[in-house]
Design a protein around this ligand. Structure first.
Ligand SMILES: [Zn+2]
Length: 110
């Protein structure tokens, strides 16, 4: 059980890393829109779904180490809870061990 939480926590942190890079690249390219396409952060290695999110929304959620973007229905309710519903995505907050790992691996938090 705890091992599953750890694995999920690490996977989600990994997707967050990727999305942080996407944000930097989109910022550099500036296509004229204020949205970016990120990967679903549900932690399932087989999930390849994308989420369209505004840059300000991305920044707002990313400011919290334990908050992640997932496609509606992709939340793992045993390790996280859905705190916001949107058309394109849900925002989840990780609890317990997964939350600790999310904080530890936050690239914005030195
Ligand atoms: Zn997903």
């Amino acid at each position: 059980m705890e091992e599953r939480e750890r694995r999920l926590g690490r996977n989600e942190a990994l997707f967050r890393e990727v999305n942080e890079r996407i944000e930097r690249v989109s910022g550099a390219l500036r296509t004229g829109t204020d949205t970016m396409t990120i990967l679903c952060e549900c932690g399932n290695p087989d999930c390849v779904e994308h989420i369209e999110v505004s840059l300000s929304e991305y920044e707002r959620v990313r400011a919290e180490s334990t908050h992640f973007f997932v496609r509606p229905g992709h939340a793992k309710l045993d390790v996280e809870e859905v705190i916001e519903h949107h058309d394109e995505y849900d925002v989840v907050r990780k609890n317990g061990v997964a939350g600790e790992i999310a904080r530890e691996l936050d690239p914005r938090d030195d």
